[in-house]
Ligand binder design. Structure first.
Ligand code: TRP
Length: 468
């Protein structure tokens, strides 16, 4: 009942803690878990990467996530307004950065989500060869325009329905379905011959593989996967009731996200090894190139069903994430410019959709966007989608996380932050957890996230490799 007061306000709110957890877990669980996590593991050396990833999630991301949610709930405001409402107008720039990164991430994320949707149709119709023709698929702008338009429409539709009637309701249906589907597929994949080698690669860490680079990749993945660093959780936090327990909600969101990534990885490596596709190099195409073949081998009818379902699942996971990405700029526009939600959603959604078109055309359709830039000190050209990803997700997210940690620990200050968490969780301030959280926000997060931001900027854009 804690959220009732909140949901009565004109901004809307989640109907209770469970609704919030579903929506926030829905935001976290997405392409990052099912599409990105497996290929990051594969490129990052298997089990060693997984260990680093888990460590970062629990030691570092947990405190940062609490800071975001607490700031949102304290102020009842969007990512930009939250800083001003908390008495620090100058820090609103951090929120602007958040709105910007959210919009940029959504612009390309929607294109990839469109692929998932397109692949669902291809699998149901039995066109398994689309996997080996992945390059052709992404280069076909007719199909891409169609599927990504559909995807953006559904996202807009849900966000337009508001916080409890749209976002929460959709998440409550989509998340359990997703869980059910992914468990089924995992069980199936593990019964395949040769799957066990995949499980070994995935789970037995080779600690000699732990390098700075692994740590760096694992950190980036953790941030992206948990939807941190761009105000998504400040925004969602603003719809949470005062009596809700932020610590336990954060734990649930984290466990859901890590759990689903873990299961997705298990399923993927079982499939990869049983198909004899290991060592082919992963890359962004991994699930799109590997899985159709795996589904084909299941048999003509069952393969279509399982394959189709898999990509439906992927689309569902992506949908609750696109919804959260769109909600960040929408909440900003609704709060700060007093535009009606229904109108704001359409305007913002349309702008972001247009922003995504170069990403769509940069996979071979238009040369200008395909060979968009080459960074200083590198002779490889980067396409538009990768450029936006490098900028918004690899650079802005750690930077955003750094700024939020510094803000919470030094500007808002630990005591006030703990006070906010205490509401719904009395005793937090003096608990070990409370002390650790402050320590992490004061020292650990600024140091690690600050270093990562600097290393990323230097190595990505200027060809100066501090680590190798
Ligand atoms: N976490 C989502 C995923 O793993 C993507 C996402 C949604 C996101 N909202 C975000 C990433 C906010 C960063 C910030 O697919």
């Amino acid at each position: 009942m804690a959220g009732i007061k909140n949901s009565e306000s004109s901004r809307g709110g989640f109907s209770n803690k469970f609704g919030f957890i579903m929506a926030a877990a829905g935001s976290a669980v997405g392409l990052g878990n099912i599409w990105k996590f497996p290929f990051e593991v594969s490129d990052g050396g298997g089990g060693a990467f997984v260990v680093m990833y888990l460590l970062f999630c629990f030691m570092l991301c947990f405190p940062v996530m609490m800071a975001e949610i607490a700031l949102g709930r304290k102020t009842n405001k969007n990512a930009v307004g939250a800083f001003a409402a908390n008495g620090h107008k100058k820090w609103a720039g951090v929120g602007i950065l958040a709105v910007l990164s959210g919009s940029l991430i959504l612009s390309f994320y929607n294109v990839v989500a469109g692929w998932a949707l397109g692949f669902a149709v291809e699998m149901f119709s039995g066109n398994f060869s689309v996997g080996s023709n992945f390059g052709e698929f992404v280069g076909n702008w007719h199909i891409n325009l169609m599927v990504s338009t559909v995807f953006m429409f559904i996202t807009i539709y849900i966000v337009a329905k508001g916080v409890s009637g749209g976002i929460e309701k959709a998440s409550k249906i989509l998340m359990p379905t997703l869980l059910f589907l992914i468990f089924g597929l995992m069980a199936y994949s593990l019964t395949q011959p040769g799957a066990i080698d995949g499980v070994k690669f995935y789970l037995i860490p080779d600690f000699s593989e732990i390098t700075f680079k692994t740590a760096y990749g694992a950190m980036g993945q953790a941030f992206f996967s948990l939807s941190l660093g761009m105000g998504a959780l400040i925004t969602y936090g603003s719809y949470v009731g005062k009596k809700d327990n932020i610590v336990s909600a954060t734990s649930m969101i984290l466990l859901a996200d890590v759990g689903i990534a873990f299961i997705a990885g298990l399923m993927m490596f079982a499939f990869i090894f049983s198909q004899g596709l290991q060592g082919q190099g992963g890359g962004a195409g991994l699930i799109f190139t590997v899985l159709p073949g795996a589904f084909e081998s299941i048999g003509p009818v069952l393969g279509r069903c399982i394959g189709g379902l898999f990509f439906v699942l992927l689309s569902f996971a992506a949908l609750t994430s696109t919804v959260s990405l769109l909600e960040v700029p929408v909440a900003y526009v609704v709060d700060e410019f007093e535009i009606r939600r229904s109108r704001a959603v359409w305007i913002v959604g349309a702008v972001i959709f247009l922003l995504g078109i170069p990403s769509m055309l940069g996979n071979g359709t238009v040369d200008f966007f395909t060979n968009f830039v080459h960074y200083h000190g590198s002779n490889i050209t980067v396409n538009f989608m990768d450029f936006i990803e490098d900028l918004a997700s690899d650079t802005f997210l750690p930077l955003g996380g750094f700024l939020v940690s510094v803000y919470t620990a030094y500007i808002w200050r630990g005591d006030k932050f703990k006070e906010e968490i205490e509401s719904g969780n009395p005793g937090f301030a003096t608990s070990f957890m409370g002390k650790y959280t402050i320590f992490a926000l004061k020292y650990l997060a600024p140091f690690i996230l600050g270093s990562i931001t600097i290393i990323t900027i230097l190595s990505k854009f200027f060809g100066i490799h501090l680590i190798d």
